[in-house]
Write a protein that binds this ligand. Structure first.
Ligand code: G3H
Ligand code: 13P
Ligand code: ZN
Length: 306
């Protein structure tokens, strides 16, 4: 099976991106893998620090390894938003394919120093390192920022040269969570192009890239949830980022949460007597698989790239 380095190069050469889908449960992991199997796509499955401690490493790692063996597709395990050297070291020692050290909230020089330390350790073990520069608006359980600060292209070049990181997450207008834009969704492709001029052929990463499909927002709201006004990144912008820019990896978490909760809420409302979780979890796996296959095929264009 080809490794992650191969797919990074291939995606830049052919103008597609890899989906990096977050998982926190066996059901979500199965849904992602079944979707990738359907579309014949390579992908990264990401686990955040919060997801890591929720699942527990003793459960998470064997679950991932079993999924990879079972589905026989190139899925790579990635640590998402690691905030310390220690958590990245733990992921490297456990055999992750790739780790993200997120020092984006630190002063520039401290971000460089921390990233460099992780790169030195990870590279000794042949593990790839993603870093982040700039600040994404939005709130996650371990990552929060009131306002976004776009990545400065000159800083990005200096940062990559100093740290030796393998890919860089850039802030160009996306944000984490379900409420990304009040009006029209826009991204700063001008900044992205400037970064690409200074760092030619260098793999970049887009976080906060959920499109927040209105079909699922409507279902959540219809069946007792409250996510009115939720709005994501326009699919066309993701298509452009993927096809015309060096974005090799596109992170998606919120959309899968929405698919899962739309399924769960609808099922519980329509089947009040059900007390067997398998009934809705099987549907959720199916719906996540359908979402992932569609996304890989029509937006990330990584279908049939195995
Ligand atoms: O940005 C990454 C994910 O959305 C992480 O979310 O920290 O709540 O697992 P989490
Ligand atoms: P979303 O909240 O847009 O799904 O972003 C997820 C993400 O960036 C994970 O790192
Ligand atoms: Zn993120």
């Amino acid at each position: 099976m080809k490794n992650l380095r191969y797919y990074i190069k291939d995606s830049l050469k052919k103008g597609y991106s890899l989906g990096a889908y977050n998982f926190v449960s066996l059901e979500i992991l199965k849904g992602i893998c079944e979707g990738c199997k359907k579309s014949n796509s390579p992908c990264l499955t990401s686990i955040s620090e919060g997801g890591f401690s929720y699942l527990g490493e003793d459960f998470m790692l064997p679950t991932f390894k079993t999924a990879k063996k079972h589905y026989q597709i190139p899925i790579f395990l990635h640590l998402d938003h690691g905030k310390s050297f220690e958590i990245c070291k733990k992921a490297v020692d456990l055999g992750f394919d790739s780790v993200m050290i997120d020092g984006s909230s630190l002063p520039f020089n401290e971000n460089i120093a921390l990233t460099k330390k992780v790169v030195e350790y990870a590279h000794q073990h042949n593990v790839l390192v993603e870093a982040e520069l700039g600040v994404l608006a939005g709130v996650e359980d371990t990552v929060s920022a009131e306002k976004s600060i776009f990545t400065n292209p000159k800083d990005a070049k200096y940062f990559v040269e100093q740290t030796g990181c393998d890919s860089l997450a850039v802030a160009i207008g996306t944000s984490h969570g379900a409420y990304k834009f009040k009006g029209e969704s826009t991204l700063r492709f001008d900044i992205l192009s400037q970064i690409e001029e200074l760092l030619p052929n260098y793999p970049l990463v887009l976080h906060g890239a959920s499109t927040v499909p209105q079909k699922y927002v409507a279902l959540v709201n219809q069946f007792g949830g409250e996510v009115s006004g939720a709005k994501g990144v326009d699919e066309k912008l993701l298509l452009e980022a993927s096809a015309k820019h060096n974005i090799y990896k596109i992170n998606t978490d919120t959309d899968i949460r929405l698919v899962y909760f739309a399924t769960l809420r609808q099922h519980l409302k329509e089947n009040p007597k059900n007390i067997d979780l398998r009934n809705f979890n099987l549907l959720a796996i199916q719906n996540i698989a359908e979402y992932v296959a569609e996304r890989n095929t029509n937006v990330f264009k990584c279908a049939n790239k195995i």
